[in-house]
Design a protein around this ligand. Structure first.
Ligand SMILES: C[S@@+](CC[C@H](N)C(=O)[O-])C[C@H]1O[C@@H](n2cnc3c(N)ncnc32)[C@H](O)[C@@H]1O
Ligand code: SF4
Length: 491
């Protein structure tokens, strides 16, 4: 009986349960308006699609959000890097500005230097990357100013060992990359930057050569021959065989060229874009004529520049002029007055030189005049500028601080030697000489005289500003800064 009652109860509970479920289903039907199971199934799949779309939308939203977060992260990081780099740059600028030599720099050099630091790929000077300079001591240097920083001796060492994998050259490259100029190598450019002389070598190398890493040099400057017919007052025996013999009374220098030199050059010549020839008097050097011959054979397109005293013109010279279509000549001309010319450029004859200048000009080869700015000729600056204007050539006023190599008693005020030039061989710089040349000095002129010179230069600048071409304007401005530099030194 009890079992029967239990079974009835369970039946009714289940029935109750079923009824409740039916009731729930009916309610659902009411809520969702479901008419049949088929429709419920459809509805179910419909809902599934809607939900799936929602999920996809959510994933999309999430994705977009993470892209936003990622973008923000990248922008923030870049900003942090920018702030970091700017701080580095500021501290570098500070370092540069703290150096007294840079206090006066306002122009392009500083900007170039800062750019060099910023990009860390643009060196402040291109010379160590591009150039080999050969001098009369057998020294190879990066340029004609860095004579105290010898990369090797071409009489003793192969050109390959001097140029490739040379720790001294690598150190120089490192310094130029970091805009370090106050070194044994680059102090002269640093000094001219101080005087705001735009003709400093850095500018010239920037204009002419772009850095080429781990490659052959693209420029070579030859000044290893001191054969010269002149005995200019501001020059020395290291540059002029005649001064060495007659003023310094010393035995001739041995030209440091071994039998292999020209052969070694053969590998290098095809890579050259520029070749400069100085001396001595280039048109008196047999070695130079041999090099020109090789160049004409292996690289006719090389740009050749020759700095000459202008005294030599003959068939051999004409053959060289004819061999290269890109050949330019710079004549050193220190005065247009015959007596002043011969007193500076001893053994020289102005008429002969002016005649040769005309010949070079007629052939389109004359491109520049070099003038050593000294007390003897500085008041002639307006005439020299006018001469260059008429001949449509530029002029560079070279600062004369000391005699070029050798020491000459009397070229400094009070007849005292006070240090010598940056000649690369010390033994030659000690050369004694008793000749007195008291009229030489520019640097130790009294301040009042320098101020007169400055006024004169400023007048030219003002009067001719609308007439002269840019290269003449630049020359005047460089000369002005040079004189101002000397005045500054006298304070
Ligand atoms: C040494 S010379 C060699 C080339 C050639 N003999 C000539 O006189 O043109 C090269 C240049 O150096 C210049 N020079 C000579 N003595 C100088 C000095 N003490 N300071 C600066 N430049 C000087 C010359 O006027 C010339 O323009
Ligand atoms: S400046 Fe030139 S021309 Fe004059 S002595 Fe020196 S090397 Fe010769």
């Amino acid at each position: 009986m009890t079992k029967f009652v239990g079974a009835i109860k369970r039946f009714f509970c289940r029935a109750d349960d079923v009824c409740k479920k039916v009731e729930v289903f009916c309610k659902l039907k009411v809520v969702f308006g479901i008419q049949s199971f088929k429709e419920a199934l459809n509805r179910f799949f419909e809902n599934l699609t809607v939900n799936f779309k929602k999920i996809i939308q959510k994933i999309k939203d999430l994705f977009i959000k993470s892209i936003d977060i990622f973008e923000k992260f990248v922008v923030d990081s870049l900003e942090k890097i920018r702030v970091f780099l700017n701080k580095q740059l500021d501290s570098a600028k500070l370092k540069v500005n703290k150096n007294p030599y840079y206090k006066t720099i306002k122009d392009k050099q500083l900007k170039d230097g800062i750019k060099a630091i910023k990009l860390n790929h643009v060196p402040v000077c291109n010379a160590p990357y591009t150039t080999m300079n050969f001098d009369v001591s057998g020294h190879v240097t990066a340029c004609c100013y860095s004579r105290d920083y010898v990369l090797g001796n071409f009489y003793e060492t192969s050109l390959n060992d001097i140029w490739f994998n040379n720790p001294k050259r690598e150190k120089l490259l490192e310094n130029t990359n970091k805009f370090i100029l106050n070194t044994d190598a680059c102090y002269l450019c640093e000094r001219y930057i101080k005087y705001q002389n735009n003709n400093i070598l850095i500018t010239m190398y920037k204009k002419q050569c772009t850095p080429n890493l781990d490659k052959y040099p693209i420029r070579m400057d030859f000044e290893f021959s001191n054969i010269c017919n002149y005995e200019c007052v501001m020059c020395g025996g290291k540059w002029s065989s005649s001064i060495r013999k007659n003023r310094e009374k010393m035995p001739p220098l041995k030209i440091p060229v071994n039998d292999n030199f020209i052969e070694e050059l053969e590998e290098y010549i095809p890579h050259l874009k520029f070749a400069g020839f100085l001396g001595g008097e280039p048109f008196l050097s047999n070695h130079y004529f041999k090099i020109w011959e090789k160049m004409a054979e292996l690289n006719k397109d090389v740009e050749i520049s020759i700095v000459t005293n202008g005294s030599i013109y003959n068939e051999k010279v004409q053959k060289v002029l004819d061999s290269f279509k890109n050949l330019i000549i710079c004549v050193s001309l220190d005065s247009l007055k015959p007596d002043v010319y011969s007193s500076i450029r001893r053994n020289g004859n102005l008429e002969n030189v002016l005649n040769n200048i005309r010949i070079f000009k007629e052939q389109g080869k004359l491109c520049w005049i070099n003038t050593c700015a000294m007390i003897q000729n500085i008041y002639e600056a307006p005439e020299l500028l006018e001469f260059c204007h008429k001949n449509d050539v530029g002029i560079t006023f070279l600062p004369v601080d000391d005699a070029l190599g050798g020491t000459v008693k009397g070229i400094h005020e009070n007849g005292e030697n006070e240090g010598v030039s940056n000649g690369s061989c010390r033994e030659l710089m000690e050369t004694p000489c008793d000749e007195i040349i008291p009229e030489f000095r520019l640097k130790t002129l009294p301040k009042s005289e320098l101020e007169n010179i400055l006024k004169m230069v400023e007048n030219i600048e003002e009067e001719k500003k609308d007439i002269y071409k840019q290269n003449l304007k630049d020359s005047i401005s460089a000369l002005k800064h040079q004189v101002m530099g000397y005045i500054e030194e006298k304070k």
